[in-house]
Design a protein around this ligand. Structure first.
Ligand code: NAP
Length: 326
């Protein structure tokens, strides 16, 4: 395993981490009962970062991760969880970064994860109805109590980021970033207040934070297994991504085919190209990738064994140039 170290985090982080969203039942190939084996295999391969959130499977992903890490594995890894997306009985989500909600969420997460502390606690999405001062006050309180070690922002725009950073130490940034979504303005139909490559990465670099790109494989499109259509069932969470079905899909599918042709030319699988394109950027710390099973995990880890050359990176830049602002 390769590790990356940033000034704001004591431990070096594995260059590939595990995204745990699909542990919890909202994806066709949710890991479910196989989670324990997948997590144990990842730890054995040297992966030391697991990114999860309360809302993934409505508590289920945190529960499964907690079960898998219970015992001697817990101290070997960093758990990155989140707060700020809460759901009601109808499973409708609301953005909520009020102090009251965060104080409740942290205790529920700790209980589900069977741990006394969360290493990286990230604000999942902005909540425009709550003053930043109130959210910061909650974070200060739980950090002082030892319930969290580091604080991260996910999906925040530059102005909000700067305001948070002026009030509290922000060690981690997490945003949408992959070869075909570099400065994109939407995610699952939600407008994004940030542009990753042009705004978030320079801030990460300037503040020596850890950067965790999410959806590194474009939810599977950059893994090479997608067909022209019907890539998942009606119940799969990816239906909420308009870029993966309907009229928008063709452009991204063609982009993936072009990267696939380059991958064939250099004799490497496309998923490894997608990972190394990210990993070889100095701002990228740990790529939080979802995996449905141990075989996918191993195929993703394989990317850590080689590097794209400067010439190959230049060639890739030409291939994906049409996606620079998408
Ligand atoms: N902060 C946020 O707002 C936010 C938003 C989204 C995600 N995230 C985090 O980022 C993590 C990763 O993002 P993501 O889950 O959206 O997408 P992703 O990592 O780009 O894609 C994961 C999916 O790709 C497929 N896959 C992975 N490796 C493969 C391989 N070697 N061969 C073939 N298929 C492969 C699997 O799906 P199939 O096998 O089902 O095709 C897997 O579930 C999440 O788990 C979560 O922790 C955060």
């Amino acid at each position: 395993m390769l590790y990356k170290k940033v000034a704001k985090i004591k431990e070096a982080l594995s260059a590939i981490g595990i995204g745990c969203w699909n542990f919890g039942g909202q994806w066709d190939n949710s890991v479910g009962d196989n989670t324990i084996a997948l997590v144990h295999a990842a730890v054995d391969y040297g992966i030391n970062l697991f990114d999860v959130a309360p809302v993934y499977g409505y508590g289920r992903a945190e529960e499964l991760l907690g079960k898998a890490l219970k015992g001697d594995k817990r101290s070997k890894v960093l758990i990155a969880s989140k707060c700020g997306l809460v759901w009601n009985q109808k499973l409708e989500n609301t953005n909520n970064l009020t102090k009251k909600s965060i104080l409740r969420e942290i205790d529920e997460s700790l209980q589900r994860l069977q741990t006394d502390y969360i290493d990286i606690y990230q604000l999942h999405w902005p909540d425009k109805h709550t003053p930043i001062e109130e959210t910061v006050s909650a974070l200060e309180e739980i950090k002082k109590a030892g319930k969290i070690r580091y604080i991260g922002l996910s999906n925040f725009g530059q102005q909000d980021m700067e305001q948070f950073m002026s009030m509290i130490e922000i060690s981690v940034q997490q945003s949408l970033y992959n070869m075909l979504e570099r400065n994109t303005d939407s995610y699952h139909n939600i407008p994004l207040a940030y542009r990753t490559e042009s705004e978030v990465l320079p801030m990460v670099k300037a503040h020596q934070q850890a950067f965790l790109p999410y959806s590194p494989l474009f939810q599977g499109l950059l893994a090479g297994a997608f067909k022209k259509e019907k890539n998942f069932s009606e119940n799969d969470i990816r239906n909420a991504n308009p870029k993966l079905r309907g009229p928008l899909f063709k452009k991204y599918y063609d982009g993936a085919l072009a990267i696939g042709a380059f991958a064939d030319k250099i004799g490497r699988p496309i998923n490894e190209i997608a990972f190394n394109w990210l990993r070889q950027k100095e701002e990228v710390t740990s790529i939080i990738a979802g995996a449905s099973n141990i075989s996918q995990l191993e195929r993703n880890i394989n990317a850590m064994t080689w590097n794209l050359t400067e010439g190959q990176l230049t060639e890739i830049e030409t291939i994906i140039a049409p996606f620079k602002s998408l």
